[in-house]
Write a protein that binds this ligand. Structure first.
Ligand SMILES: [Zn+2]
Length: 316
């Protein structure tokens, strides 16, 4: 009875009032590669169903997400309306859309000018749809999260984004969803259902482990939990598991916020260096830029049962 009374008293207090051990943990959900990312062919119809599943999970958890669009993937002969309807469904659900450029061109082996052209070419349908509804098209997520080979490229590209009304969308949490998704995309045959369950369980465990690492990086760099930004992709795996992932995040103490709210935190005002070829979490970028030594620099390598399945289905 006493324990119940104490629990109720704690529940009535705002999180920070209880003490330093309970923090207001927030996370923004960002989903790349709309309308879909897949290691195997996917029809527009399947992509449409996949996005419906993502949106259902987001709405169920009242998670205000942003989807980053590759408009080249909308250009399927005879199906363009259906593809555009996927983006409309996102806006209907109250979610935001951002630009992920035409052709998913990274800023590593392509010139700044070519990537700039891909940004403008990749905003036509999204800009029209967002303007119709009076909602902003504010964020750009760089493919492969590459922000430049060097500082000169990074600065030139950011000036270009600013001039076109874009803000670069950072991220802090990556838990290798594309790696798990490759296996998931290839599963078929009699063992597919069982293997799917194995991958889903392993993926959820990997999310928990990865979140723990990024929380540790935040604590080491900032002495607190900054709003995290999760980066995942519009793939079959997340269509089937986003509901579970969001439940896991809630169970870990997170509440869901917009990308707008996350980047307002002063942490995101800190400068970062150009990404180079591999674009790690902003937490690692800040540490590198400031010369701060951390005990960890990113999510652990997957080491569960999906490793063997990955070798079989994805070749490594
Ligand atoms: Zn992408």
């Amino acid at each position: 009875m006493l324990a119940l009374a104490v629990t109720m008293a704690i529940a009535a207090l705002p999180p920070r009032a209880v003490g330093a051990t309970i923090e207001d943990k927030r996370i923004a959900i960002t989903i790349d590669d709309l309308p879909f990312a897949s290691a195997t062919p996917m029809s527009v119809m399947e992509a449409s169903r996949l996005n419906d599943s993502l949106l259902r999970a987001l709405r169920r958890h009242e998670a205000p997400a942003i989807g980053f669009v590759n408009e080249d993937r909308l250009l399927v002969a005879g199906q363009i309306d259906r593809g555009a309807a996927i983006l409309e469904a996102w806006l209907d659900a109250g979610m935001a859309l951002g630009n992920h450029n035409f052709g998913h061109v990274g800023l590593w082996d392509t010139s700044v000018e070519q990537v700039q052209a891909a940004v403008l070419k990749g905003e036509v349908i999204t800009r029209w749809l967002t303007t119709q509804r009076g909602v902003p098209l504010r964020y750009y997520r760089p493919p492969f999260t590459q922000t430049g080979r060097n500082e000169a490229d990074r600065e030139a590209f950011e000036r270009f984004l600013q001039a076109h009304g874009y803000t670069l969308a950072p991220f802090t949490v990556d838990h290798d969803d594309y790696w798990f998704a490759c296996v998931y995309d290839h599963l078929d045959g009699t063992e597919a259902a069982a293997d799917r369950q194995v991958v889903e369980d392993d993926y959820d465990a990997h999310l928990r482990r990865s979140i723990g690492v990024f929380e540790s990086m935040s604590a080491q760099l900032f002495g607190r939990q900054i709003p995290q930004i999760l980066l995942i992709h519009a793939n079959r795996l997340n269509a089937d598991t986003l509901d579970r992932s969001l439940s896991t995040l809630r169970a870990m103490g997170y509440r869901f916020i917009t990308l707008d709210e996350a980047v307002k935190d002063q942490a995101y005002q800190r400068p970062v260096a150009a990404s180079g070829k591999f674009g790690p979490s902003w937490l690692a970028r800040w540490a590198r830029f400031e010369g701060v030594k951390l005990s960890v620099y990113g999510q652990p390598d997957p080491d569960g049962p999906t490793v063997a399945l990955h070798r079989r289905h994805c070749g490594s």
